[in-house]
Design a protein around this ligand. Structure first.
Ligand SMILES: Cc1cc2nc3c(=O)[nH]c(=O)nc-3n(C[C@H](O)[C@H](O)[C@H](O)COP(=O)(O)OP(=O)(O)OC[C@H]3O[C@@H](n4cnc5c(N)ncnc54)[C@H](O)[C@@H]3O)c2cc1C
Length: 163
């Protein structure tokens, strides 16, 4: 299989779990590949280019992650700033008795850009989805000043994590 998801027979494409890939084998990545192959069949010559792929362990609490990993960030402290916060006492988490919630954010020192996040919380996938949007679109922290989310909520906490 090549970077155009073509098998050894050029007119046979591969998508989903059958793809040999380093990113997680998940339903949304399979869908992304399906859309890519549709474009390739219709003449798009670019190789597949995956955006950041979040993933979640749906346990109780959930553990979700996106972007630069903690291992990578800790291995390059000059490049990345890692901030871990116990957020169980914050209204968003305390009101649902998620007192052990914990969030780690990873920012690139040079640009201040959010590049990774890890959440251990009842609703971890919500925060990680917001972080995925920020990372995918390369949004600066200042962009969060331009909207007014419901408070207290996962969305309203973004400004505390990324400012
Ligand atoms: C237990 C479990 C939990 C998961 N949870 C999540 C999750 O929460 N979120 C998430 O994003 N991903 C999850 N995944 C991963 C996700 O299910 C897969 O990445 C996704 O389904 C891959 O899609 P696919 O089309 O490649 O394969 P599949 O969805 O497996 O589809 C392949 C289809 O081909 C059929 N098939 C097989 N052989 C033949 C044959 N010879 N002839 C005809 N048909 C055949 C199969 O019956 C099946 O219907 C989970 C996977 C597992 C196993």
């Amino acid at each position: 299989m090549n970077e155009h998801l073509q098998s050894s027979a050029a007119n046979v494409f591969v998508i989903g779990d059958a793809v040999a890939k380093r990113i997680p084998k998940l339903t949304p990545t399979a869908s992304f590949e399906g859309r890519y192959v549709t474009g390739a069949i219709n003449g798009d010559a670019a190789p597949i280019n995956y955006p950041v792929v979040p993933h979640t362990v749906f346990a109780g609490p959930e553990l979700a992650q996106v972007g630069v990993s903690l291992d990578e960030a800790q291995a390059h402290p000059d490049t990345y700033e890692v901030l871990t916060q116990d957020v169980g006492s914050w209204y968003t988490y305390h009101r649902i008795r998620d007192d052990n919630a914990r969030v780690t954010t990873i920012t690139e020192r040079a640009s201040g850009q959010l590049v990774g996040a890890i959440a251990l919380a009842t609703n971890a996938e919500e925060l990680i989805n917001y972080c995925t949007g920020i990372i995918t679109q390369g949004l600066p922290a200042s962009a969060l000043q331009q909207w007014i989310p419901v408070y207290p909520s996962v969305a309203s906490d973004l400004g505390y994590f990324y400012n």
